[in-house]
Design a protein around this ligand. Structure first.
Ligand SMILES: [Zn+2]
Length: 286
């Protein structure tokens, strides 16, 4: 992969980027509604448990999950923050195994400290989480973790596991093939499964630690000092021990900060290289 100096690439992009988060999301959510209108038959995905979702299907699922997330927390109205997180996220995603996926990065306005990802590459981080960070490198590592959940299809695997019954019913009831593979019932079930995993029960410990390890790698490859994420995890661990309500959901859905730091140790012990970019962080998040 071609390496340009990372700091330079982003500095240029910050001025070139023109996407407006609110308008972008209006388009994405309109597609969810448009899809629902034509959703009737589910024959194509009847064997959801073993079905390999196409990228298009994965994106359809991602939009449904994103709609659930956006029904829970509003988008931040700060265009500056949206732009910054988008550029850092796209930089890290370029070093993931799926650089060509249509990634979307958004900031949610909530004091709850968390970050979320969906199939198809919709990634969210809360303003509460940003408050606990002190450098662009920490943000890059956190986004890298979420990117890894998408590239490893962790949520998609849970959706497959939980949609066997609904898909079986669809097969029995369907009469013809249709390009539109999602019906209302499946869409609802997908949204519910993802919501539970993201907000209540969490993914498996194994998935979380894999996302930590891979995400750290993507951010490091992109040129960041991703080991800085240890500082972020330590802050969250401290808030959790203090019983701070802002990390309750995070604590319930992730392995403990100490466990995650311990698991990351082999990777971070040799990670003094890379850019921290604390000054640029201050400039863009003030
Ligand atoms: Zn995670």
């Amino acid at each position: 992969m071609i390496r340009k100096p990372l700091a330079l690439v982003i500095a240029i992009s910050l001025f070139a980027a023109a996407s407006v988060a609110q308008a972008q999301w209006r388009d994405i959510l309109n597609k969810v509604d448009a899809n629902k209108d034509k959703l009737k038959k589910g024959a194509k995905v009847a064997t959801a448990a073993t079905h390999e979702f196409s990228e298009e299907e994965e994106t359809d699922i991602g939009r449904i999950v994103a709609a659930r997330i956006l029904a829970t927390y509003p988008l931040s109205s700060s265009e500056k923050l949206q732009k910054y997180v988008t550029l850092v996220g796209n930089t890290v995603a370029a070093y993931s195994p799926r650089p060509a996926l249509d990634w979307h990065f958004s900031v949610l306005d909530s004091t709850v400290v968390n970050a979320f990802s969906t199939p198809g590459g919709y990634i969210f981080v809360t303003t509460g989480a940003l408050t606990e960070m002190h450098s662009e490198a920490e943000l890059a590592a956190v986004l890298g973790h979420e990117i890894a959940h998408t590239t490893q299809k962790h949520i998609l695997a849970e959706i497959k596991r939980n949609n066997v019954t609904a898909a079986g019913l669809d097969l029995a009831q369907s009469t013809a093939s249709s390009a539109s593979w999602l019906n209302d019932d499946m869409a609802r079930k997908i949204g519910q499964t993802a919501y539970e995993k993201l907000f209540t029960t969490g993914l498996s410990r194994q998935d979380e630690l894999e996302a930590d390890r891979l995400g750290l790698g993507f951010a490091t490859d992109a040129g960041y000092r991703a080991s800085a994420v240890v500082g972020f995890l330590e802050s969250l661990g401290k808030l959790s021990r203090e019983g701070n309500g802002s990390v309750r959901q995070f604590t319930a859905t992730h392995p403990s900060a100490d466990d995650r730091i311990a698991a990351l140790r082999p990777a971070v012990s040799r990670a003094e290289r890379g850019e921290l970019l604390a000054e640029r962080w201050d400039e863009w998040t003030r």
